[in-house]
Design a protein around this ligand. Structure first.
Ligand code: PHB
Length: 546
């Protein structure tokens, strides 16, 4: 485990040990590739006893923050609620994301927001333009200050102690595990302490900073500060390009004015923001019966952390106690522990979360795609119903499979990720067509050429429209042998946290001798549960915040 810079060695007397150790385990998981590891590796990484790690893991499994099959452990999407709490508390993504996306559209280049995290740089928002050559740091990733454009802007405000802290780290080398997002390779000469001091002086003088291939050959970036009313740099707004399109100079000519205007607009938006209107965090439903291994004080500490995200700017001790249903004394000890570890800070009477919270597994989770999230739930569904399950999206007049788990069978249908079928003849397609806004649905129906793919295929647009109305009203569609003889499929919609249908999930089975009605009764409850579990995962994952 890398040392924790900025954290005094001795914990305060009131610190909550299980919370401290639980956070060490989450930090180790966050540093593991894709957030996956084993309990034995966690014990080695954290220096904790194996029995301690096992109790912590058991608690995190019960809280839904981890998933595991005995040997392999992985972070679960629900864990993103910790990072989301910091992001909400900071107010930055909520207030600035639309502007970040708009600037990326205008410049046709990737745009990001990063905040100072001790003496390093942490990404909190990204609008990525995918190109042959494109970078994609993830929300939550950490870079050393001397290796990116925002670093010099932040260093302008550093105290002598912070400068010393940075220098010590620099000479220690990039402590293993501390910057997992950094590409491996030689450090460019332009990142040595003298060069970084010069870049900081330029940033102070001009109010902008460039990264001319400091991270990786080809990557260029330009950043400007976004300041609070008191002049402190709150975050840096960067545009990122590649030398095949821009030199550092040409990027500055293209983008500096626009970046500055955007930063000024962001400063105004932050200044004028009304107080956050988020409802207080709903108390989380208690786990059925906590097992004997459950560490109550770890669970309480994490609940306090999540509660601090229920309002921009954080909560007072009294509010944190109210939001979690804990006594003031218990909430206070959790807050002291979080502050000691650098996850929270007191500001006046309020406690707010710090960017370091994002090191608790957030980056890997924020990059998870819908098909990746679906895989777990489809596999579990197949394990329950012993039929194949898939996830698909609408692509023009077709459905396109984006995830699939096949049941083991002698006879199987040849469907893989990427397979397309006419939407009108599939249950997946009917659910998706049924969810279109009326004008789009009508346009799609008018374009359609219905073909009799089997004896059973729907024969007219009017009949199809009635079927779509039923699918919309019922929340499911069953299609019996309209795509292929012998093939029956049942599908339900999958919604994002705003209630928009983003995909459909299905189970397909051989038509056999069972009446279709019976197939539906038999499969629908498990399919619905799988879709609801996937929707819950989706609601935690930032990149799909939309
Ligand atoms: C990024 O947003 O990926 C980024 C920003 C600034 C840099 C490098 C990369 O200097």
């Amino acid at each position: 485990m890398p040392p924790q810079p900025g954290v005094a060695d001795a914990p305060p007397e009131e610190a909550v040990g299980p919370l401290e150790r639980g956070l060490a385990v989450l930090r180790a998981l966050g540093a593991a590739p894709h957030g996956r590891t084993r309990a034995s590796d966690l014990a080695r990484e954290t220096g904790l006893a194996r029995s301690t790690v096992d109790r912590i893991v058991s608690t995190l499994l019960q809280l839904g923050y981890l998933r595991g099959d005995g040997r392999e452990l992985g972070t679960a999407p629900r864990l993103a609620e910790l990072g989301n709490a910091y992001l909400t508390c900071s107010g930055l993504p909520d207030l600035l994301d639309p502007t970040v996306r708009q600037l990326a559209d205008e410049l046709d280049e990737s745009v990001s927001l990063a905040v100072p995290d001790r003496t390093a740089v942490r990404f909190v928002s990204q609008a990525v333009r995918r190109r042959t050559m494109s970078v994609a740091f993830r929300v939550g990733d950490l870079l050393p200050a001397e290796r990116c454009a925002p670093g010099a802007l932040f260093a302008v405000d550093w105290t002598p102690e912070q400068q010393q802290e940075w220098l010590t780290q620099y000479h220690q080398g990039l402590v293993e595990g501390q910057f997992p997002a950094l590409p491996v390779g030689e450090r460019a000469a332009a990142t040595d302490p003298a060069a970084f001091a010069a870049a900081t002086a330029l940033a102070r003088e001009h109010g902008w900073s460039v990264d001319d291939q400091l991270i990786e050959p080809g990557l260029v970036a330009l950043a400007v500060p976004v300041r609070a009313e008191d002049g402190r740099v709150l975050c840096a707004l960067s545009v990122v390009s590649h030398t095949s399109r821009h030199s550092a100079d040409s990027l500055r000519q293209l983008a500096l004015d626009r970046l500055r205007r955007t930063a000024a607009a962001m400063e105004a938006a932050l200044r004028d923001a009304p107080p956050s209107l988020l409802p207080a965090a709903a108390p989380r439903p208690a786990a059925a019966e906590p097992g004997p291994e459950f560490l109550q004080s770890l669970a309480r500490g994490l609940a306090v952390l999540v509660a601090l995200g229920s309002r921009r700017g954080g909560l007072t001790l009294t509010e944190a106690a109210q939001a979690t249903g804990l006594s003031r004394a218990t909430a206070r000890r959790s807050l002291i522990t979080l502050a000691h570890l650098g996850y929270a800070a007191a500001e006046g009477r309020s406690f707010r979360l710090l960017p370091r919270v994002l090191e608790l597994g957030y980056a890997a989770l924020s990059a998870r795609t819908l098909p990746e999230l679906a895989q777990f739930h489809l596999a579990r569904l197949v394990g329950q119903v012993h039929e194949s399950a898939s996830l698909a999206v609408l692509d023009g007049a077709d459905v396109r499979y984006v995830a699939r788990v096949a049941a083991t069978r002698i006879m199987s249908v040849d469907i893989t990720v990427g397979t397309r079928f006419p939407a009108y003849a599939t249950a997946l397609g009917r659910v998706l067509l049924a969810a279109l806004p009326p004008a789009e649905r009508r346009a799609e129906l008018e374009r359609l050429r219905l073909e009799p793919l089997t004896r059973h295929t729907v024969g007219s647009a009017a009949a199809l429209e009635r079927l779509l109305d039923s699918a919309a009203a019922d929340g499911w569609a069953l299609v019996d042998q309209e795509l292929a003889e012998g093939l029956r499929s049942l599908a339900v919609p999958v919604r994002d946290r705003r209630g928009r249908v983003v995909a459909a999930a299905n189970v397909s089975a051989h038509a056999g001798t069972e009446p279709a009605e019976q197939t539906r009764e038999h499969l629908l409850p498990a399919l619905r549960r799988a879709a609801a579990d996937l929707e819950a995962d989706l609601s935690f994952v930032n990149t799909l915040r939309g």
